[in-house]
Each structure stands twice: as structure tokens, then as C-alpha cells.
Design a protein around this ligand. Structure first.
Ligand code: UD1
Length: 417
């Protein structure tokens, strides 16, 4: 098993660009099913999760492959299956976003429940209830979902919590439904806007993404389209946290600063000097890190749960107390045990974590327990004294395109062996 070895203590300098948004690519690749034609999606990062989506498309009878720099070409004309094997469902929880698209295209779908529970329970009850409301018959038996939907009918769907995946699944099911669907209390994450843009590029009629009401007017036909996905705000937040903790002066290109507003304001509070120039964010830090007060994760535009572990790594070295309150997932502090091995002072009680900054972190053997928690350990190691050996890379590779190479290009002493 390979590991990443990091020797801390080197500030970061230079410029990098942000990879395309993983959380956009997955629903967009699922959406290609709806048009039954050729699509090209640009700015797709080379990640395990994207490859899993490509394998799902191929399994369904849709040739899909990487083309040139960062593009994925998929032709869904010859789709001839409506099931997703359990192995693929277990590899990536978000494969459930294929459900609305497969049902809309074929009227039938069979898939297992998505596997794993890294962040505590991740139910899909909102997805199922919404699709039922639109006319699907869904039988749940032996860990499998057997679904039939000869047609979807548009309606008003109220989400009790603004679930990103449920909003996307409904958009996919509604794009070719009879009539108009309105999602009330919809997720407002930027990736919803990206999916809206792709559906509209295929000839769909979707409005309201970014607000809490998304309206989808069903159309009879969609056709193949070309689209470039938005930058990955969590990958950008990772680099921002890395520079905040290691110190130095870096410029991150191809970002959308507006998607990162809460993360930027928290890091500014920590003492970072942050400036924006169009799509570039520059972050500098040479003074002491200050505590960041109280950080509550919230649905967008609140502070993102995906950045919680990353900013916690920064808080570990701040001169004072930072308090985190995780409001989205029940169990998203699995990185804490590993940060403690590196000398951090963190106390967790339920959904609250109290971080008291320490003067030094130390290199240690640590293991990524989930995607963002794993990246947070790499970030912490950049500022630790001595060498850190970080294993569990299968989690990190799900969401980062060669994280170690990006950090090495900024001057970090980091290598995968
Ligand atoms: C997406 C992101 C993930 C991010 C999360 C929250 C992708 C591929 N993943 O995950 O990186 O951390 O949004 O911003 O885009 N819930 C229910 N019932 C449901 C669905 C969700 O109770 O049917 C709850 C979840 O348990 C959780 C909350 O809603 O507490 C938010 O989950 P959701 O927004 O659905 O997250 P994902 O779409 O899985």
C-alpha cells in the first residue's frame, strides 16, 4: 500500500490552478443519459469517483472515455441496461444520483443502496419520497431498490432539508417529465447551478438554481451538449488551508471566489492576507495564526461541511480556541483522532469540537479515514515538525487529482512512495 510522506516546515510559494469540481462532474455525467446522444464534458478531474461514473455509464451500454486534457466524452444513444451493480454502488455513495436519470430514460431502474457510512448515516429517504411523488413505484427489498416509472409527472416537492443529492436527482427526473416541477427548500450549492447549466445546454428548461426554489419545466427531448464544469471549491479550500497553515504566498487560479466566501472570511480572521483578482485568489500568511471563533457548518452559502476538517487543521496551530459545530453530518470528526496523534489539542462532544491551538504539531504515522479528513491530515503535516506518513490514500484519490504533486509544485516536501 502506498503512502504520502511529508516533511513539514516549508512555506508554500507559487501559483496553481484549481481542478474541476468533482461534485459537479458526477451529476452531469449522470445527466448525459437523459439526451440519448453524444456529450463532451470538459474540466473533468482525473479521480477515482469520476472513473466510477465512467464505469457506470459503460455498464449501462454507453461508451464513455477520457479525451484530451480533462474532457470526458459519453455517447448515451445505445443505453441498454437500467441496473447498477452493487460493487459500483458501494464504491461511491453519490452513484445514487444516477437513479433519477436512469428512470427517466428507461422507465425502470435496479440498484443497491449506496454503501459505507463514513460520515454517519446518509439516508436517501428524500430522494425516494420525491421520485415517488413524481410517479415512481419504488420497492425496497434486501438492500436493493427496484424502481418503475413509466412516466414522471411534474409537481411541487418540498425538501425537509436542502439535500444536494436529492435536489440533483429530482432535477434529473424532472427534466423530461410531463409538466413543471418545483423544488422548494432546494440545495443552493454552486454545483446545482452547474447541473442547471448543463441541462439547459441539452435543451432543458431549468431556472432558479442558487435560490431555494428550482423550477424544472419538463421537455419532450434533450439533445447532446458540450459543457465545462465549474472549479472545485473544496480543492481550492484545501490549497487555501495549506497556505494558511504552512505560511507563504500562493496564487490559486481558475477559482470562483464567490463560491468560497465563508472559507475566505474565516481564513482572513485567522490572520491571512487574502486578495482576489478575477478568478484568482492570492493568500499570504507570515504572522501568527489567530483563532477563528465559532464555525458552524451549514448548507450553502453557509460554511461548507467539506471544509470543516481542512480549517480545523489550521485551527490546531492558532493562538487560542476555535470551536466547530458540525450541523450537516452526524459523525464527521474521524480526522480528530489522527490530528491528536500529531500533537493537536481537540475535544469533541457530540457535534461540537473545541480546538485549542498548540505551538507545535509533530510528524506521525496517520491514516485518512475519509476524503476531506484525509486531505486535512496532509495539510496539518505541512506545518508539523518532522516526517508524517499518511496512508489510506484511496480516500484522498477519490477527490484530489495528485494532491501531492500540486503541493510539491508549491515547494512542499511531499512524496508518494
Ligand atoms: C453532497 C456532497 C458532499 C457534501 C454534502 C453536503 C456530492 C457528490 N457530495 O453530498 O461532498 O458534504 O453534499 O454539502 O455532491 N439527507 C437525508 N435524507 C436524504 C438525503 C440527505 O436526511 O435523502 C441528509 C443527510 O444525512 C445530511 C444532509 O441531508 O445530513 C445533507 O446531505 P446531502 O446534501 O444530501 O449530501 P450529499 O448530496 O450526499
Amino acid at each position: 500500500m502506498s503512502a504520502i510522506f511529508i516533511t513539514g516546515g516549508k512555506p508554500l510559494y507559487g501559483s496553481v490552478r484549481t481542478q474541476g469540481a468533482k461534485n459537479s462532474v458526477l451529476p452531469i455525467l449522470a445527466a448525459t443519459i437523459l439526451c440519448g446522444g453524444p456529450c463532451v464534458v470538459h474540466n473533468c478531474p482525473d479521480l477515482l469517483d469520476v472513473n466510477t461514473s465512467i464505469r457506470i455509464l459503460r455498464h449501462l451500454g454507453c461508451p464513455a472515455k477520457r479525451e484530451g486534457a480533462g474532457a470526458v466524452a459519453a455517447d448515451t444513444a445505445g443505453m441498454n441496461r437500467f441496473d447498477i451493480p452493487e460493487g459500483l454502488m458501494r464504491e461511491m455513495r453519490s452513484s445514487v444520483v444516477f437513479l433519477g436519470a436512469i428512470l427517466s430514460r428507461t422507465g425502470e431502474a435496479v440498484m443497491s443502496y449506496p454503501g459505507g457510512c463514513d460520515l454517519g448515516p446518509r439516508p436517501i429517504d428524500l430522494h425516494i419520497a420525491a421520485l415517488r411523488q413524481m410517479g415512481a413505484e419504488i420497492r425496497e427489498e434486501g438492500g436493493y431498490l427496484y424502481c418503475k416509472a413509466p412516466k414522471f409527472t411534474g409537481c411541487d416537492i418540498y425538501l425537509s432539508t436542502p439535500s444536494v443529492g436529492a435536489t440533483e436527482n429530482i432535477m434529473l427526473a424532472a427534466a423530461r417529465a410531463d409538466g413543471t416541477t418545483r423544488i422548494l427548500n432546494a440545495a443552493r450549492e454552486p454545483e446545482i447551478g452547474d447541473l442547471q447549466d448543463f441541462l439547459n445546454a441539452m435543451g432543458g428548461r431549468v431556472t432558479g438554481a442558487g435560490s431555494s426554489t428550482v423550477t424544472i419545466e419538463g421537455v419532450r427531448r434533450l439533445s447532446g451538449a458540450e459543457h465545462t464544469v465549474i472549479p472545485d471549491r473544496v480543492a481550492a479550500a484545501t490549497l487555501l488551508s495549506a497556505a494558511a497553515l504552512a505560511g507563504g504566498d500562493i496564487a490559486i487560479g481558475d477559482t470562483r471566489p464567490e463560491d468560497l466566501a465563508t472559507v475566505l472570511s474565516v481564513l482572513a480572521k485567522a490572520g491571512c492576507d487574502i486578495s482576489e483578482d478575477g478568478r484568482e485568489i492570492r493568500i499570504r500568511r507570515d504572522g501568527a495564526l489567530r483563532p477563528m471563533g465559532r464555525i458552524c457548518t451549514m448548507p450553502h452559502p453557509g460554511f461548507p461541511t467539506d471544509a470543516q476538517a481542512l480549517v480545523m487543521a489550521v485551527a490546531c496551530r492558532a493562538e487560542g480556541v476555535t470551536m466547530f459545530s458540525e450541523r450537516i453530518f452526524e459523525s464527521r470528526y474521524r480526522h480528530v483522532g489522527e490530528l491528536l496523534r500529531m500533537g493537536a489539542d481537540i475535544q469533541v462532544e457530540g457535534r461540537v469540537a473545541v480546538v485549542r491551538g498548540v505551538p507545535k504539531l509533530y510528524g506521525a504515522r496517520v491514516c485518512a479515514t475519509d476524503l476531506r479528513g484525509g486531505a486535512a491530515l496532509a495539510v496539518a503535516a505541512l506545518a508539523a515538525e518532522g516526517e508524517t506518513e499518511l496512508s489510506g490514500l484511496q480516500h484522498i484519490d477519490r477527490g484530489y487529482e495528485r494532491l501531492e504533486d500540486v503541493l510539491a509544485s508549491l515547494g512542499a516536501d511531499i512524496e508518494r512512495k
